[in-house]
Every structure is written in structure tokens, then in C-alpha cells.
Design a binder for this molecule. Structure first.
Ligand code: ZN
Length: 472
């Protein structure tokens, strides 16, 4: 049975924490804090590289068990981990960002792949309709959704095998919505509500020791009451002390919303001048119902009476089809990501500087070396010690959510100016992992881990193995 004791003994956890601190003190060059994080990037089970990016593409089975470990313990960068990078090598169409700059000038992409904004598709309450209909519909299209689940709720138990396999077999992100959709009016109650959910998710979904650390997304249960004001800084510390990114920049979709309603919302909110254009954000769902097998489902799920605020399965699937349409608005404008991936990218991007380390050789034969340097950005590393969670984390000098090892398998997208004559560039990471990328108007866009030095040389078009497709 699982260690779901509400009052897990703190001394035992502190002992584990001490071991982890010792084991991970070397940062990204060593084994990451937890193996599950290392599997996160490529386990999205996106369609095979080279497959057409339409909805019919068959996704990889499961969590890419053949992925070779890399020297930094992170999964290799692949062309298959995002819907924006699938398909045949097309003509890149992005607007030059470094025009007029000297060779070697570099800039970080604000959002991954250089897309203008980021969308997360999120779900509350681990409803049965989500497990039956939304999860497989996302997986079939190579999309990653984020499911805020209640592992102690009956509706979760009814689909337990699906939820437990949601990451390893279906590439979805599972997040914390408290154990039983509750709050906590004392520190101990609140701690149990979030800790029991996180521990379940770590152990059963991600296959980790529940006492090890993994950043999860978090959403408070609707109507729940807490011992701290959720708008206060003390609350924020409580959340971070549990390794949680709380959901924000989000808009719920009303019951009975159609595909067109969803498309209108995303096009407006994430488009030029929209509320989520620069912040990124979520489209958020509750129930999903099968309108064919259970006629009349609209708002209420006939099949699963506890599924509230339902949308019809067919409408949701047509919305997902739009998300992966290779010529649609999302393909060019949205990085579609899991919620914790999105928030981790913000942390890594905010804490990373990029600079020219040096140039060797001249002209077409120049070798460019670019340095990415990461330090945990404020406020993640400058908080007074005020709160200690079950995980033994005090928010201050030894800020575990601020441990770079929790972020170092999340690559950044970088643009670097290269000679105009190059058709392609070979980008070799400090770990030795190398990939070919297209060059467009004297710029190469590539994926790199931080910290480290990246070496960039001329390559030929035939050497490109990471295509970016359909990006502005
Ligand atoms: Zn809820």
C-alpha cells in the first residue's frame, strides 16, 4: 500500500532531503534530482519525427523507453517532442531577430521554439469523462494536457489505471488539485491536502520515490478554505514550499462550449493584444461527455453524474484538431505545453544570460562558441525563512524549489547569428550532444541546456535533424 499517511514523519523526510542535497550538490552535470524529470521532455509522446502533423499521425507508444541517456542525465533533444517540430523539413519563415548584428550575437526565445505565446490545456477534478475521452484525444494528436487531479476522490479511483498511466503511457502531465478536493484550515490540514496528492502523483504516475522532489502544477479546489489567505505572500511561500506552481493566467470554458467558442477564445486571448499574448495561459475544462452514446449531454454528463460543467467530446476533439492543424493559428503562434513545463521555461529563461564566448576561424569556416549561464532568478532565491513544509523545505537560504537541478533538463530555445552563407548549422551542446538545424537569413534557432557552452559550425542542409515548421 502507498504511504498516504496524513502525518508522514518529518524526521524521515528531513533525512531524505539531506541525502538529496548531498547527491545533487553538483548541479546539472550530475544525475538530476529525480529520474522522472529526466523523462519529462521527450515523454510527451508526440508523433514520430517525419510523420505528417495531422491528427491521424500515430503517436509513439509510451514514454520513449529507447531514449539514450545523455551525459547530463537529461533526455536527448528530439524533433518529435512538440507539435511545432513535426513534419517534413519545410522552409523556415521566422522573421530575423538579429539582423545587423555581428556573427555570434545571440538572443533567447521568449517562449520555446520562438513561438509568440504559450497555451496549456488544463482540466480540473479528474473527472471520468476526462480520463475516458479527453486524455486519449490529446494523446492521439501528440498534444500534452495538464490534469489537476484528486487522487483520494472516488471519481479518480474509478479510472485509477488510466490516471496512473497518464504520463508513462500517454505522455500527459498530472498535477495537484489536493487529495480529496479539500482545503485546510490548519497548517497540518493544508499540508496533508497538498502533500498526499503530490506524493501519490510522484509515486504512482511518475514512478518516483514520493520523498524526492518534483515540481508539479497546482490548482486550489473550488470553494476550498485555507489557513492562509491565498492572495498573500505567506500563501505563496506555502505553495512553493511544496514544490508547486499555482495555476494562473487561466480562463475556464463554460459548460456546453462548442469548438468554435474554444477557437474564438484562444484566437482572441492569445493573439495580438490578447490578455494572454505575452504571459501565456490556460484554457481550462471540467467535465467531458459523450454526446453520441448519451444523447442530451450538454452541461451535465448523463453518463457520469459527478462530472460538472461538461463539454461534448466531439466539440473538444474538433478543437484539438484545430490546435494541431499545421496551417492554423496555433501552429504558428502557440507553444502547446504542460503547465509545469511552461512555468519552468519562464524560470529558466528569466535566470539565463546568453553571451558570445569566442570565435575561432573566419568567414564561412568560423566556429562560434556561445555561453548560457543560469542562476536562479528572484524571487525564487531570495525569500526569508518563514515556513517549513512536510518536505522539510524552508524557504530561504536552502531553497529547494530553487535547486537548478529541478530545471536543468528543460532546454531553452536560442537564436544565434551565423554567416549568411550557411545553409544549416551543427549545434553541439556541452554534453557532446549535437544536432543540425536550418539557417534562415543568417540565423540559427536551436535548443540548448543551460548552463554550458554551445559550439556552432557550418552544416549542410542534409544534416538537419531538428526541423522547426510553420513558425513565424
Ligand atoms: Zn475542482
Amino acid at each position: 500500500m502507498t504511504p498516504l499517511t496524513p502525518n508522514a514523519p518529518i524526521p524521515a523526510r528531513l533525512a531524505v532531503l539531506a541525502l538529496l542535497l548531498t547527491a545533487t550538490s553538483g548541479g546539472c552535470g550530475d544525475t538530476p534530482v529525480n529520474p522522472a524529470d529526466a523523462a519529462t521532455t521527450d515523454a510527451g509522446a508526440a508523433p514520430d519525427a517525419g510523420a505528417t502533423p495531422d491528427a491521424g499521425a500515430a503517436p509513439d507508444a509510451g514514454a520513449a523507453p529507447d531514449a539514450q541517456p545523455t551525459p547530463n542525465g537529461c533526455p536527448p533533444i528530439t524533433a518529435a517532442f512538440d507539435q511545432g517540430m513535426t513534419g517534413s523539413v519545410g522552409t523556415p519563415t521566422w522573421a530575423p531577430r538579429l539582423g545587423g548584428e555581428a556573427v555570434g550575437a545571440s538572443v533567447l526565445a521568449y517562449w520555446k521554439y520562438g513561438k509568440p505565446s504559450v497555451l496549456t490545456v488544463t482540466f480540473d477534478d479528474s473527472t471520468q469523462g476526462q480520463a475516458r475521452y479527453a486524455l486519449p484525444a490529446l494523446f492521439a494528436r501528440g498534444l500534452v494536457g495538464t490534469f489537476f487531479v484528486n487522487p483520494g476522490a472516488a471519481r479518480f479511483a474509478a479510472e485509477r489505471s488510466t490516471w496512473d498511466a497518464a504520463f508513462t503511457a500517454h505522455g500527459q502531465e498530472i498535477a495537484n488539485h489536493t487529495f480529496q478536493h479539500e482545503g485546510g484550515m490548519t497548517e497540518a490540514e493544508a499540508d496533508a491536502a497538498v502533500t498526499l496528492a503530490s506524493d501519490y502523483i510522484k509515486e504512482h504516475v511518475y514512478g518516483m520515490d514520493p520523498a524526492s522532489h518534483k515540481i508539479l502544477a497546482f490548482n486550489r479546489a473550488g470553494g476550498s478554505n485555507w489557513f492562509l489567505d491565498p492572495g498573500s505572500e505567506a500563501w505563496n511561500m506555502f505553495v512553493r514550499a511544496h514544490y508547486l506552481f499555482e495555476r494562473k493566467y487561466s480562463s475556464g470554458i463554460p459548460a456546453g462550449a462548442t469548438r468554435d467558442d474554444m477557437v474564438d477564445f484562444v484566437s482572441t486571448a492569445f493573439g495580438p493584444g490578447g490578455n494572454f499574448e505575452t504571459t501565456g495561459g490556460s484554457i481550462h475544462f471540467h467535465g467531458v461527455c459523450d454526446e453520441v452514446a448519451y444523447p442530451g449531454c450538454d452541461n451535465e454528463s448523463v453518463e457520469f453524474p459527478t462530472d460538472n460543467a461538461a463539454v461534448q467530446k466531439g466539440e473538444l476533439e474538433r478543437f484539438f484538431d484545430w490546435l494541431v492543424d499545421p496551417v492554423g493559428f496555433p501552429a504558428s503562434n502557440l507553444w502547446i505545453a504542460g503547465y509545469s513545463e511552461y512555468r519552468k521555461y519562464m524560470v529558466v529563461r528569466s535566470g539565463t544570460t546568453v553571451s558570445l564566448e569566442g570565435l575561432t576561424g573566419t568567414g564561412d569556416a568560423v566556429v562560434i562558441r556561445v555561453r548560457l549561464a543560469f542562476s536562479m532568478p528572484s524571487p525564487l532565491d531570495v525569500e526569508p525563512v518563514q515556513y517549513t513544509s512536510t518536505y522539510g523545505q524552508t524557504w530561504g537560504d536552502q531553497n529547494e524549489m530553487g535547486d537548478p537541478a529541478l530545471y536543468c533538463c528543460d532546454p531553452l530555445t536560442v537564436f544565434t547569428r551565423v554567416p549568411d552563407t550557411w545553409p544549416a548549422a551543427l549545434v553541439i551542446l556541452e554534453t557532446g550532444e549535437g544536432h543540425g538545424y536550418r539557417v534562415h537569413q543568417g540565423e540559427v534557432r536551436y535548443e540548448a541546456f543551460t548552463d554550458g557552452v554551445v559550439e556552432i559550425r557550418r552544416a549542410e542542409e542534409g544534416e538537419v535533424d531538428i526541423p522547426y515548421v510553420g513558425l513565424p
